[in-house]
Design a protein around this ligand. Structure first.
Ligand code: SF4
Length: 468
């Protein structure tokens, strides 16, 4: 079993990878199935049923928008969020939906045809949805259940119940240096005298050639940077959704740039990284385009830490050298993210926030260590520290919106990641808790967390904070 780097880093839209990107992708898949079965032309009506966490936090996480946009044929990686929202608004007004992929215009009343089953969970996964298509007599032409398993990845019922769980994985024989856990990754590196990023690079060539791999990595960084810059320069005062949360990134960044002297100047780098992380996640909260890293809720951590490398530490380097840092960082981070996807989960509905911010912190710590010249053992140690101090973190977004505590958590995740890399590099890589042990601990802790702390907005801050 193996993941591509680009199954860890997916380009999509905010605010949630599991609740926005995943459902949009599921709707795209449903359209493809209608076409493959030759029934697309007969469809007169479609209906979507959302279950469990998708229903409980679906409105705050824009799942309703995502399903309609996906049925219209909008694809997460290519969609222009502004245009997609206009198209979805038209569906709400006209109660007519032009199915994508060359499909017909069908009846679709979001009030009746988008059903939120808040008290029901499908057995296979907390993020379940059912899509149905009917003919003019109301007979079912096609239906399928889909599960948004985290980070924008989606499996249908057949795939989630088959082993292995991840239909998108490439056969291990196609990958040059397979590994199932961190210990095997380190052993492969040692056996073949490779660094972690070099090994991940070699494996990625099972998916596409060197040039395409490099271009895709740089595109990921380009989308990350665009979200960062949009967030830093936004002129909007408030985030959408009704909590009246102010956008802070532009002011934070301006103050960090102007900071001088003992009281503020000493914190300049820290405040800049914080502004970067918050900028990306304010964009995510606004439904903008971001990269899942490994999820949307945690999309700001890696751009903030990699931005620290490219914009602060190495701002004077030439483009070729910067690209070397960027690719090494992203390859290393993705390699660590794969371990969490494979041996635990990056779904907050399964793991709580430790599976989002905790994993992104771990990935960023490893990426930073790699570009700072750490040994493989130190990189593994950095990733381990990055998770160890996020264990048990619950998911409790107030109002079901990916805003509070989510946005600040990205800043905290980025800070911890930098500290984790520094701590790891201050030692020789020897440490008591292995990365594999901490991933297994995260998995067990996630299983033990009550469901009210796993992306349902029924516990934690979501339950104790009153807002109007
Ligand atoms: S609390 Fe954490 S896991 Fe939950 S939505 Fe916010 S960022 Fe995601």
């Amino acid at each position: 079993m193996y993941y591509s780097v680009f199954e860890v880093f997916r380009i999509g839209v905010g605010p949630s990878s599991s609740h926005t990107v995943g459902p949009m992708t599921a709707a795209n898949t449903f359209l493809a199935e209608l076409g493959a079965q030759g029934v697309m032309g007969d469809v007169k009506r479609v209906r979507a049923r959302l279950y469990g966490s998708l229903a409980l936090t679906g409105v705050g996480h824009a799942t309703d928008f995502a399903v309609i946009a996906g049925l219209l044929g909008e694809v997460p990686e290519d969609t222009d969020p502004l245009i997609a929202h206009q198209r979805v608004a038209l569906v709400r007004n006209t109660k007519t939906l032009q199915l994508g992929c060359g499909g017909p215009a069908v009846d679709f009343d979001p009030v009746e045809d988008l059903v939120f089953h808040k008290d029901k969970f499908l057995a296979e996964h907390p993020n379940g949805m059912l899509l149905e298509a009917f003919d003019g007599d109301g007979a079912t032409l096609h239906h399928n259940a889909y599960f948004s398993i985290g980070g924008g990845a989606v499996l249908d019922r057949a795939a989630i119940t088959s082993e292995p769980r991840d239909g998108a994985e490439v056969d291990v024989r196609a990958v040059r240096y397979p590994f199932a856990n961190a210990a095997e990754l380190l052993a492969q590196c040692q056996r073949h005298n490779l660094s972690i990023p070099d090994l991940i690079w070699q494996n990625e060539l099972a998916y596409q050639d060197e040039d395409a791999t490099r271009q895709r990595l740089l595109k990921v960084w380009s989308v990350m940077q665009m979200s960062l810059d949009r967030g830093l320069s936004s002129t909007e005062e408030f985030l959408p959704g009704g909590l009246k949360v102010r956008r802070r990134a532009p002011t934070l960044y301006r103050k960090a740039c102007e900071a001088t002297g003992k009281r503020t100047g000493d914190f300049r780098a820290m405040d800049t990284v914080s502004a970067f992380a918050i900028a990306v996640n304010e964009e995510n909260a606004s439904g903008g385009k971001v990269v899942t890293a490994p999820t949307n809720g945690s999309a700001g951590v890696i751009p903030a830490v990699l931005g620290y490398v490219t914009r602060l530490m190495h701002a004077d380097e030439d483009q070729a050298e910067l690209e070397r840092y960027i690719t090494r960082f992203l390859l290393t981070s993705a390699g660590i993210g794969m371990l969490y996807k494979k041996n635990a989960s990056i779904s907050a509905a399964e793991m709580g926030c430790q599976g989002e911010i905790g994993v992104s912190c771990s990935m960023a710590a490893a990426g930073l260590a790699a570009v700072l010249g750490a040994s493989n053992a130190q990189i593994e140690n950095a990733a381990e520290i990055g998770m160890e101090h996020n264990l048990g973190m619950t998911c409790d977004p107030i109002g079901g919106l990916v805003q509070v505590p989510c946005i600040e958590r990205n800043s905290m995740g980025a800070m911890k990641a930098i500290n984790a890399a520094r701590l790891a590099m201050a030692s020789d890589g020897e440490h008591l808790v292995s990365l594999d042990a901490v991933i297994e601990t995260m998995r067990q802790t996630g299983q033990d967390l009550q469901s009210k702390y796993k992306e349902t907005s029924t516990g934690g801050l979501a339950a104790t904070v009153v807002y109007c």
